[in-house]
Design a protein around this ligand. Sequence first.
Ligand code: OAD
Length: 266
Amino acid sequence: MKNIADFVAGPWQEFKNGRIVALTGAGISEESGISTFRGSDGLWAKYNPQLFASPEGLLGVLRDEPGKMVGFLDELYSAMLKARPNRAHRAFCELEKQGRLSSVITQNIDNLHQDAGSQNVLELHGNAFRLRCDGCGRLKTLEKEKMAGIIEELKKTEGRRSGVLKVFSKFFPRCACQGRLRIDVVLFGELLDSRILDEAYAELDNCSLMIIAGTSGAVYPAASLPYYAKERGARLLEINTSPSSLSVICDYQLMGRAGEVLPKLL
Ligand code: OAD
């Protein structure tokens, strides 16, 4: 089914008393001015993810091309620091308030679901505005103003390695346990927080409809969640501007920008 009005008048009514869970990806925040990852305009078209999204790759960039590291962080954070929730984030929050949406499982690290007011958000890939100790796991909020300051300081180093390292050790100090505080995002090759993943599976155990919005379905284990939900009897609704790897298993597809489609479900 491709027509929004037909979907709203038909299948959507069946889920009135059901349990709805959302899985979101970068496409949800595109209308807030944050780049997606894949595709010709995506972040990974400019920055090789093998280098910029893996722990070993990032260490290599820091060693060999620290200026590129600063450029990457500047590009990533400038957009997130400016971004405000859009109609898609607000629609999910409204569905939760109406008691229809049980939770949002997101791959995004931009905090925009929470900024929109959503209460039950499961962040599979972490949060760019949180620090985590790599020793004891302690979490600490990284305020937006502070992060904006870090980016400014990094830019002042003009990409000199010694300067960049100085800024990192000033703002990402050692924890009391002697571990190092780092930004709490999951890099390629790292494990997801198993408690969050377990909660996501539990959310899908009794789910009648899973809304899959703005994700290419290219990254696992996030992309396995719709399969898990479907095996347990959920129907799948995809909202995307173009077909994804998950389209083949979806029962309903509404093609369009999430910020235009989702408010029509309210
Ligand atoms: P991708 O960049 O892979 O996919 C974005 C999806 O959003 C694509 O399918 C687009 O067609 C769709 N899209 C773009 N604009 C949209 C809009 N306005 N409304 C609806 N859909 C739109 O992003 P993700 O699937 O989130 O992981 O990527 C998954 C993971 O890969 C990310 O969490 C990140 C990345 O590497 C880590 O960094 C660990």
